[in-house]
Ligand binder design. Structure first.
Ligand code: DUC
Ligand code: ZN
Ligand code: ZN
Length: 466
């Protein structure tokens, strides 16, 4: 049964506009917007009216980088598609793009089907997939074309993690050449993993086993070098490039230089690089393990360059790289050897709030908040305008956001299936109040009303910036 819903009296904020408007929803889609109090809006009738006065009415967040249930380092990310998408909804995110994984020696098809099975019937919000290429060979290259055809239009390659996900430059070049022909977007984990592994071995031999050494061996220069190399390989192949989880100022400089040349090079950063630093990695009593991820957290001086990159559009997207591991039993696997700490941080629930705080802190404008968290990831990964905006015809994925509510982030109150928060104790102004996914209430005035299985797979078109 189709319910007509009217969202009345809020400030509608999209990447393009801010207007006091009422939003009419029909059949799960935005049917119309009209100025609040206008004759057009006054005559609208609905089965359900939601009062948004005093609130922002924003597009649901699009988190283009999550790892639900990712097997890593002998364990697996602790959020399932069920728990992780529920937490995402609590945080105002209504679409995730997760990474299906090809295992070495296996076909892309097999990895992708495994991810379809993991997600099917379990998600509270809509989802799509990228594909991680761990074994680039003739078969894999052919399969890339098929995947683009079924809506998996982006492929992550790793210059890090030799023996696991790593591709050498020849494999990277071949995958880029294929992408340049089929419209796919290559996403790059840009760190020189071969050099890093030498530094890891040397650090451990010196007895440097604490979590902070994870940050020290994964050097800024090795992120910058890999970013530079990835850009040159993409130029040779004639393919676009999207660099994931950019953390270092020097890597932003590489992206900016490429973009100044007019190259189709894009970059993403994540809240952990904007709000956390090597100070966290250095927390005593192994607490620093909570902050081990790759690329690693950097000295706080790098944050200014990331914010600047987001303002100048040298970085276009903020995703979470949500990859949670519990401190107890999972992060603890690396006691006495930082290289055994599973890499990843929780954050899918915190992204929209942290970026709203960045608006209040003066780093970005309100519209830029929506652009980097909703519209640009949707455009980058072929989901726009179905996702990422509030416009006639768009999916009614809408968040009522209370910009004045105060909250303190804590593992005690978060909904992610992980026993710590990377932002424990951080005070935030602004909070999600109500969330609709395709017109259905998932969070209703801070109560979860959604269900596993409401979320559906969304096939994507190719990158809309090309
Ligand atoms: N980085 C992480 O921190 N976790 C998973 C994979 C990755 O590249
Ligand atoms: Zn990565
Ligand atoms: Zn990742």
């Amino acid at each position: 049964m189709s319910i007509r819903t009217l969202i009345r009296g809020g400030l509608v904020v999209t990447a393009a506009d801010e207007l006091h408007a009422d939003v009419l929803i029909e059949d799960g889609r935005v049917a119309a917007l009209a100025a609040h109090g206008s004759a057009a809006a006054e005559v609208w009738t609905a089965d359900r009216t939601i009062d948004a006065s005093g609130k922002y009415v924003i597009p649901g967040g699009v988190d283009a980088h999550t790892h639900m249930e990712l097997p890593f380092g002998g364990t697996a990310a602790s959020d399932t598609f069920e728990t992780g998408t529920r937490a995402a909804a609590w945080g105002g995110t209504t679409t995730i793009v997760d990474f299906a994984v090809q295992s070495v020696g296996h076909a892309l098809r097999e990895g992708l089907d495994t991810w379809y099975d993991k997600a099917d019937g379990n998600c509270a919000i809509d989802y799509a997939f990228h594909m991680i290429l761990s074994d680039v060979n003739e078969g894999t290259l052919k399969e890339m074309d098929l995947l683009v055809g079924e809506g998996v239009t982006s492929f992550k390659l790793f210059m890090a993690y030799p023996g696991v996900f790593y591709s050498d430059d020849g494999q990277i070049l071949r995958a880029m050449q294929r992408a340049s022909g089929n419209g796919g977007l290559i996403m790059m984990h840009a760190e020189n993993g071969i050099a890093i592994d030498v530094l890891v071995e040397q650090a451990l031999a010196r007895g440097e086993t604490d979590p902070r050494h994870h940050g020290e061996v994964r050097k800024v220069l090795l992120e910058a070098e890999a970013t530079h190399r990835a850009i040159q390989l993409a130029r040779v192949a004639g393919s676009p490039l999207y660099v994931v989880h950019v953390s270092a100022e020097e890597a932003v400089a590489e992206l900016a230089a490429a973009r100044d040349k007019g190259l189709p090079v894009f970059g993403e950063t994540c809240p952990q690089y904007l709000f956390l630093s090597t100070d966290n990695l250095a927390e005593p009593d192994f607490q620093g393990a909570k902050y081990v991820c790759s690329t690693p957290l950097r000295p706080r001086e790098h944050q200014a360059a990331l914010w600047r990159g987001l303002r100048t559009n040298d970085l276009q997207v903020v995703s979470t790289d949500h990859c949670p591991f519990c401190f107890r039993g999972q992060k603890e696997l690396g006691r006495g050897d930082f290289s055994k700490i599973p890499n990843g941080l929780p954050g899918v629930e915190n992204r929209m709030d942290l970026l709203h705080q960045a608006v209040l802190d003066g780093h970005i404008s309100r519209r830029r908040w929506i652009e980097i968290a909703c519209a640009s990831p949707a455009r980058m990964f072929g989901l726009y305008p179905q996702k990422g905006t509030i416009a006639p015809g768009s999916d009614a994925d809408i968040v009522l956001y209370d910009p004045h509510a105060e909250q303190v982030i804590s593992a005690e109150t978060h909904h992610m299936n992980v026993d710590y928060s990377a932002y424990e104790g951080k005070r935030i102004t602004g909070r999600v109040d109500t969330v609709l996914s395709r017109g259905e209430l998932v969070i209703d005035r801070r109560e979860f009303t959604g269900r596993a299985g409401h979320g559906v797979y969304i096939p994507r078109s190719t990158c809309q910036y090309l």
